[in-house]
Design a protein around this ligand. Structure first.
Ligand SMILES: [Mn+2]
Length: 443
């Protein structure tokens, strides 16, 4: 049986269209995007390779060792992609390579060259660019050296020749804004990843019983992801039973589920580098306690009011505010807070129990890039943006997280709600009319 997912859901023409927009934005600048380096797990063992999201976004390249150079229109627009040559010895150990020839025909990029030529050719290709869009981190030291050398040379001679580059900018300045607005192929890719994620949640939910290990639930979840055709989990799955649900990024998954507990599952399947990100909190055993029911209901109401606050022209801050107002109302209803809702909001009274934001962008990265504040104002939502909605309430037993340092207020005692942690998360597409919830409940 062939693999159920196509290895390339995004056609070469779509990548070309994205490059065209970036070339236009670059004007007289150049952009350099190196592939992510392979990471060592220990000894000679590599972690599964995860291609760089920015490089993939513009090319579809999945191989380590690649480098993309874009030179803007004003500077005689050019797209040059470097990839490793084929190498029978290396391929025997780490897998087949496409090589420049194969990459050219597969990805539809005309100018694909051997990565062995980078050192010799790149300095010449960078000359004349006004600024370089290149991330100055430690991931591609070879390329960084060439960039620094190009800057030194331009500094030494540029005053007389007028030839740059004279500065470095982060590629995210251009790419983040494009990636924030998903094109139709991306929305389809996210839909597919969300579908696979929901398949995993169905399998996980079927297994939830007292005595079952969190690790067994994780296995059911990730097993179902892979069986359904996902490439990998998009991030380490959280299977948090009982008090562990109060730990926001609990990924050990080593505890046995007990009767009468809630289990919080936060996971996403990834396909073609696009991921889903869903959280559900399920009661285990006969029935949820009245306290558990109350918290589940409050968080679910907050989720719904946040989704109702999504639409074109509305703001990401408005989504967060809607969730917080509903959570605060609920906390007042059950007697954990007292006072007027707006005043409680102003005082951040929800903060001890809801310490994170309601939303993040979702796409190639689980926390996809894109500024949440633009020119000092909250980001205005537009059709094509994809965001999560994930309100939660985490009410740990007093002392669960260790002693509070002197001079800092301990979190309020949640009384008989102590030990309950709930998060409910959906993935939402902003549409022309409002919002579409991509992650319908598994049923
Ligand atoms: Mn999330």
């Amino acid at each position: 049986m062939t693999h159920p997912s196509s290895p390339d859901t995004i056609p070469p023409a779509q990548f070309a269209e994205r490059r065209r927009k970036v070339l236009e934005a670059l004007d007289s600048d150049a952009m350099l995007l190196p592939a992510a380096p392979p990471l060592i797990r220990g000894g000679d063992s590599e972690l599964p390779y995860r291609p760089d999201s920015e490089l993939f976004y513009l090319t579809g390249v999945r191989e380590p060792g690649a480098l993309l150079l874009l030179r803007g229109f004003a500077n005689e627009a050019r797209v040059v992609l470097y990839v490793h040559e084929r190498d029978p010895k290396m391929e025997q150990w780490t897998g087949l390579r496409a090589g420049p020839e194969g990459t050219r025909s597969h990805l539809g990029i005309d100018d694909v060259r051997s990565a062995g030529q980078i050192e010799g050719e790149l300095p010449g290709l960078l000359a004349g660019a006004e600024a370089l869009h290149f991330r100055l981190d430690d991931r591609a030291p070879r390329i960084r050296r060439i960039v620094l050398e190009a800057l030194r040379n331009a500094r030494a001679r540029g005053a007389r020749t007028g030839i740059g580059p004279r500065g470095v900018l982060d590629p995210g300045g251009i790419l983040d804004e494009f990636r924030l607005r998903k094109d139709p192929t991306e929305i389809e890719a996210i839909r597919a990843a969300v579908r696979l994620t929901l398949a995993g949640f169905e399998a996980a939910r079927d297994l939830l019983r007292p005595g079952v290990g969190e690790w067994e639930v994780e296995a059911a979840l990730t097993g179902a992801f892979r069986r359904a055709g996902a490439d990998t989990p998009a991030f380490a799955p959280i299977v948090a039973s009982g008090p562990n649900a109060c730990i926001l990024h609990y990924i050990e998954n080593r505890r046995r589920i007990e009767e009468g507990e809630l289990v919080l599952i936060d996971a996403g399947a990834e396909l073609d580098l696009y991921g889903g990100d869903i959280t559900r909190t399920f009661p285990v055993g006969d029935a949820a306690s009245p306290e558990q029911e109350a918290i589940l209901a409050i968080v679910d109401r907050a989720r719904r009011s946040a989704i109702e606050a999504i639409g074109p022209g509305r703001t990401i801050a408005g989504v967060h505010r809607a969730a917080r107002l509903t959570l605060l109302e609920g906390l007042v209803d059950i007697g954990l807070l007292e006072g007027e809702i707006e005043a409680l909001l102003e005082a951040d009274a929800d903060r001890p129990w809801f310490p994170h934001q309601t939303s993040h962008w979702l796409g190639l990265d689980t926390h996809d890039p894109g500024d949440y504040v633009v020119d000092g104002e909250s980001r205005v939502l537009e059709p094509g943006m994809v965001l999560t909605v994930e309100p939660g309430l985490y009410l740990p037993e007093p002392g669960f997280f260790g002693p509070v340092p002197d001079g800092r207020d301990p979190p309020p005692d949640p009384g008989h709600f102590a030990g309950i942690g709930v998060r409910i998360e959906d993935d939402v597409l902003v549409t022309a009319e409002g919002a579409e919830v991509l992650s319908r409940d598994p049923s």
